[in-house]
Structure formats: structure tokens, C-alpha cells
Design a protein around this ligand. Structure first.
Ligand code: NAD
Length: 262
């Protein structure tokens, strides 16, 4: 089998694509030939991101929509269908990660995180999967979870819960969408420096997280994008329902704890 990541003729819809991991994923698909349907919350941010992609000759159609809003998501999918066709690849990336100790956590913040990181994934993936089934497209859905799905982190009870639930939702979707030829997988990135998200996290956490990978370097948005590209490619034709950790082995085990001296 020739190994080439060629996405010409594919329509890749990425939520939360204006910046950070979402933008890197959109750019990676675009550089491999895909037409990008880029979503984010605000028109101006969507327009600016599409403009940046176009400077690299990437075809991009932008749509502002809040993934928590079923009607907005439905409009996003139908507008994509009308202008580009049914998406063949969907990356449910939009998410947020505010940091508040459990004892201080408000119901409002809990709802905002669960609504974005879990309900938003459900709404987007269901609408996109319906579109794929209608069009008879052998689609691929990739959900951006986090290693926080597997390890609780102080101040992130809502975030860890939302990301763990997103892993189970991925498995449930893989089960039900498999008979339609749709593969569904999730990636679990470790901490990755991005331009906007994460600026509110403590310096100690960010420095510790950057240094934690046994591979000896901090992860980049492009590392995550390459993992997503791989899962959407024919190389992953029999991979569905999988949760792929992308963290340089940072969460593989306790780094400093050994039963034998090195
Ligand atoms: N950066 C990391 O260390 C890291 C690690 C693991 C997982 N993740 C996950 O990756 C995803 C992207 O994170 P990031 O670090 O790039 O964050 P980011 O804040 O830089 O980007 C997130 C984007 O999502 C958009 N967004 C937020 N709510 C939205 C909504 N309701 N509808 C549409 N768009 C919305 C934001 O406007 C923003 O452009 C998130 O799901 C996050 O949980 C990030």
C-alpha cells in the first residue's frame, strides 16, 4: 500500500478551528488537499482563520456557529452541504478548559463546560453523521478529548468529566455508525501550548506539563494534527472506537517511580 496522506476531494469540517489545535488540524488537512469547512464562535475570527489558510492556497469556507446550539449546528451542516457537499471528515474540536477548584465551582461554569465539550460534540457529530449517511459518504469522525479523560487533575472536575464522557460517546458512535461505513475515533492530547487557550492555567502547571513527556520535548499543535490526519486516512481503515493518546508518553505512568534503579 502506498502511504500518502492525500485528502483531495474531501471536505473536512473542524469545529473551534479559528485558533489552537483546531486551526492546526484545519491547516494540516488543507495542506494535504482537503477543502476546509471551518467553524468557530465569532464571524471575525472565522474569517481571519480562513484568510490565513487561503494564503497557503487552502480552500476554506467559514461558518460561525455555537456547537451548544442545535439549531446553529443544523444550519452549519446544511450550509456546508449546500456549498461544498456533505462533510467526509468531521473533527469535533471546539472545547474549553476553565480551571476552578471543586469546592468553588459554580453550576454555570459546570454547565458551560459540559455543554461545550460534551453536548457540543453530540450535536455536531449527530448532525454530521446524518449528513454522511444521507450522502452515502464513508465518513470519519474524530473527537478531540484529552488525557484529562483518564487522569483527574485538580481544578478540572468538570473538564475531566466532559472529556471522559467524550471518549465513551466516541465508542458508542463507533458502534452505531460502523454499519454505515463511518469510523469514529478520539484523540487524547496531553498539554500543548497554543496561542489562546491555556493562558489562564498556572505557570507551574504549564511548565510541569511541558517537561513531563518522556520523549523529551513539549508537544505541538502539529503533533496532534498529524495524529488526526492518520486516523482519517486509509492507514486507519480498520480503526474505529479507538482512543489514541498523543502526549509523548507523559501519561503512560509515573515518570519518577521505578522498582529498579536506572
Ligand atoms: N491545548 C491543550 O493542551 C489541549 C490538550 C488536550 C485537549 N485539548 C482540547 O483541544 C481542543 C482545542 O483546544 P485549544 O487548546 O486549541 O483551545 P483554544 O481555546 O485555543 O481553541 C478552542 C477554540 O474553540 C472555540 N470554541 C469554544 N467554544 C465554542 C463553541 N461553543 N462553539 C464553537 N467554537 C467554540 C474557541 O472560540 C476557540 O477558537 C479543546 O477541546 C481542548 O479541550 C487541548
Amino acid at each position: 500500500m502506498a502511504v500518502a496522506l492525500d485528502y483531495n476531494g474531501e471536505i473536512a469540517l473542524i469545529s473551534g478551528g479559528a485558533t489552537g489545535l483546531g486551526f492546526a488540524i484545519a491547516r494540516a488537512f488543507g495542506l494535504c488537499g482537503a477543502t476546509i469547512a471551518l467553524n468557530d464562535l465569532a464571524e471575525d475570527r472565522v474569517a481571519a482563520a480562513c484568510e490565513r489558510l487561503r494564503t497557503e492556497a487552502i480552500a476554506c469556507r467559514g461558518s460561525a456557529a455555537d456547537v451548544r446550539d442545535a439549531e446553529a449546528v443544523s444550519t452549519l451542516i446544511s450550509a456546508t452541504e449546500e456549498e461544498l457537499g456533505a462533510p467526509s471528515i468531521v473533527v469535533a474540536n471546539a472545547g474549553l478548559y476553565p480551571n476552578t477548584p471543586f469546592l468553588d465551582l459554580s453550576e454555570t461554569e459546570w454547565d458551560r463546560v459540559i455543554d461545550t465539550n460534551l453536548k457540543g460534540v453530540f450535536l455536531l457529530c449527530q448532525a454530521a453523521a446524518r449528513s454522511m449517511v444521507r450522502a452515502g459518504v464513508a465518513g470519519r469522525i474524530i473527537v478531540i478529548s484529552s488525557t484529562a479523560a483518564q487522569r483527574a487533575i485538580g481544578g478540572w472536575s468538570h473538564y475531566c468529566t466532559s472529556k471522559a464522557a467524550a471518549v465513551m460517546l466516541t465508542r458508542a458512535m463507533a458502534l452505531e455508525l460502523g454499519p454505515h461505513g463511518i469510523r469514529v475515533n478520539t484523540v487524547l492530547p496531553g498539554y500543548i501550548d497554543v496561542d489562546e487557550g491555556g493562558q489562564h492555567l498556572s505557570l507551574a502547571y504549564r511548565e510541569g506539563a511541558r517537561a513531563a513527556a518522556p520523549l523529551g520535548r513539549a508537544g505541538t499543535p502539529e503533533d496532534v494534527a498529524r495524529g488526526v490526519l492518520l486516523l482519517a486516512s486509509p492507514l486507519a481503515d480498520y480503526i474505529s472506537g479507538a482512543a489514541v493518546v498523543i502526549d509523548g508518553a507523559a501519561s503512560a505512568g509515573p515518570v519518577g517511580l521505578r522498582v529498579v534503579d536506572p
